[in-house]
Design a protein around this ligand. Sequence first.
Ligand code: ATP
Ligand code: MG
Length: 767
Amino acid sequence: MDVSYLIESLNDAQREAVCASPGHYLVLAGAGSGKTRVLTHRIGWLNQVERVPTWAILAVTFTNKAAGEMRARLDNLIPGGTQGLTVGTFHGIAHRLLRRHWREAGLPESFQILDADDQQRMVKRVVAGLGLDEARFPPRQAAWQINSWKDEGKRPENIEAGQHPVTRTLVQIYQAYEDACRRAGLVDFAELLLRAHELWLKQPAVLEHYQQRWRYLLIDEFQDTNALQYAWIRVLAGRTGQTFVVGDDDQAIYGWRGAKVENVQQFLRDFPGARTIKLEQNYRSTSTILKAANSVIERNGHRLGKQLWTAGEEGERIAVYAAYNEQDEARFVIERIREYVAEHGDAKDCAILYRSNAQSRNFEEQLIQHDVPYRVYGGLRFFERAEIKDALSYLRLTANRHDDAAFERAVNTPPRGIGDRTLDVLRRRARGEGSSMWEATLSELTGGTELAGRAKNAVKAFLTMIDEMARAFQPLSPRERGWGEGANLPNATTPNLLAPPEPSPPAPLPGGEGSSALSLAEQIDHAITQTGLRDFYEKDSRGNAESRVENLDELVNVASRFELTPDDIEAGLSELSAFLSHAALEAGEGQGESWDNCVQLMTLHSAKGLEFPLVFLVGLEEGLFPSQRSVEDEGRLEEERRLAYVGITRARQRLFITHAESRRMHGTEMLSRPSRFLGEVPPSLLDEVRPRVQVSRPLYAGRFAEPAPSLQEDLPVKLGQRVSHPSFGEGVIVSAEGSGAHTRLQVNFESAGSKWLVAAYAKLTPL
Ligand code: ATP
Ligand code: MG
């Protein structure tokens, strides 16, 4: 068989990796050197040449979108198709395992996933329930702490709190939160991984089954795995599994979320005979872009050190634009994009990358104004919108009455006269009885005396409504589904683990675990209408009522297009369960499903692994990128610099960098200096798009070397002058730019540090 298509488009080092003999491999290489391509071709090679069946291969990617793209590429590399091959994120794969082995994992069959926002609400309720002060134990931080413990594989009982009172209280919150999740059948993101890991450790038969099945483990973006993910891979690989991991230490950008770049070196110690293969040729970017990226990342210490070169053309210089403010910045970017599209470029070639989600709005406004199609990847996430979560909470309750997060959400949206006092009574009862809110409500209704008649009627009506809805959704019996009585149905949730691994995935269950009388879209439509949610949002007088109703309609549309994947079927999921899990797991990735011809907007974090002909890196300002929190901490600053490296290396042909001199942030106008990262790019690679009107001093190395202007005569101050300011104290004016009322002054204050001030408002007194 001719397999040359698998290797002919590769260089020698890439070919070495793709065709390597059995063993463990670490492909360590810089951005755009073909790591993902090598990993994909390696899978093709294993299957086509080594005759490894697809079901024996597990490939882990960083996002669901990357998994989709990898599968699409593999469809072209594996003539027999990718059926049986597992490609997904750690979370997605862990989720499927838990669905399949819910019993062994100690979960209820109908467990639901708690997204980050719901998790925080749940922690908030727990903190209140423990009678703790929210100001001292902010739910957001407590949730973060719980997640970090989980990422390290720790349960409350494994944490050494010692004498530290704050830690002890946090452990108490963790414990209470865990109890609440267990009662409600809820699993948060970190829990997915931890449970699946515990499943490996506590159920040797399950582990053995998967060790025998997935003999080939391939992991992309390995530098951003956390401790638990790494442990997961180690356990799963066991003594016989073969691992192939690819990564770049210079692109480790999730340290703040617990990722451990040390795993790269740890891998070489833990996997016997592991070999490192380095790729050094970049195929993505022009040499100008690559040089810029290299000179930025060189400033970091603690690097594993890799060379990266390109045979590509020099390309144009990097355009830098100093905007007056964020609107001017957006205007500039959208103008460039419109020019590009007018010259027959595709809108989808253009990406706007920013440090924080909040920056997207200005660009969106201008894009809308000019009718340029765009897509925000991440950011405003469909499944995270309040009205969508409201609708889904009803469905979740019909699937599992003990889902407290859903209960709390649904119970009074739309308002049905169930007040806080009533809910407090129920919450207290639930805590006292160690039961779910649903059970507590039932017991209050039958034997309780705390609620008045009206309140009782209101909660009773709510329970009845949910029960009736559940009945309407009820799965048909097997006979109604058309299967003969006593048919030998495959039971996907309890496979025979002791049997040798199946040569192919188990036969799909027709319609999953429970086909309903109503289609999924009908169920959702029913839930939205019968609960009064649609009416509520139609009459809603708060802004955006129209778009909320449209979103609810869109949810019905999304549901009608929803199809179970082969993996869902293999895991025995019902349509509703699969859809709800999809909503929770994909929420974080936003609307990135379809890649129509539109401009791509996303954070630098979500741009990892992607590439675009035209890239706009925006908001390169001190305090924004690098972020304020990182500038005082060397470790964090290095992570920000890696993020800059990721950003620059997304560009194939052209890179634009912009920064605004003044920007509204958190409601106030701030003056800002260009990011230090911009100063780290050799000036010879940069091309300033518009010289500034007046600049007194080079702001970043070697550029803008214009003579220092004298300040406007009507201003009572000069460069070098000592001044006093009512809030900042005394200092010296070190630079100025702009003119007239727009003149901005930079003053080095003795105690308050360096500040930019608008001269017209500066309240400076010459000394
Ligand atoms: P990142 O670090 O950003 O994830 P990567 O190392 O995974 O990058 P890829 O995305 O696999 O790199 O490849 C970068 C680009 O170079 C892609 O467009 C890919 O198709 C192309 N490429 C990789 N290797 C070759 C090659 N040998 N010949 C031609 N093009 C190649
Ligand atoms: Mg890649």
